[in-house]
Design a binder for this molecule. Sequence first.
Ligand code: SF4
Length: 144
Amino acid sequence: MILVSACLAGIPCRYDGGSSPVPEIQRLVAEGHAVAICPEVAGGLPIPRLPAEIQGGDGQDVLEGRAKVVRQDGVDITEAFIKGAHQALSLARKVGAKKAILKARSPSCGVTFIHDGSFTGALREGMGVAAALLKREGIELEER
Ligand code: SF4
């Protein structure tokens, strides 16, 4: 079983109310080989929602209390991101997923690059919060 970012499965859970469907991932879900979760919605955030970025580091730093997740209007929503990351990990454990395919550049799901916290579109190396927790717990990550 594979864990996938819900927006890649075509679920309209992105901050802007859209999705980022990838036919191969939609097929995996439809055939029962993958389960979808949106860590941000699982953490209690609404759809749509203001964009958020990690400031002061990446997802690993957020998990270790050195960085925070901030909404575009300046509100700190770190707690919801950490809660959502743990929900994703719980689901992975429940279904026995050893691998996750996650959405690139998201402050939750990004695996190699995320936005740098300046809300200018600039990227920095690093993982989102859910990606960092899944990786720490031994789950293999891919991104799309
Ligand atoms: S948190 Fe992950 S699953 Fe949810 S919309 Fe963002 S990239 Fe997609």
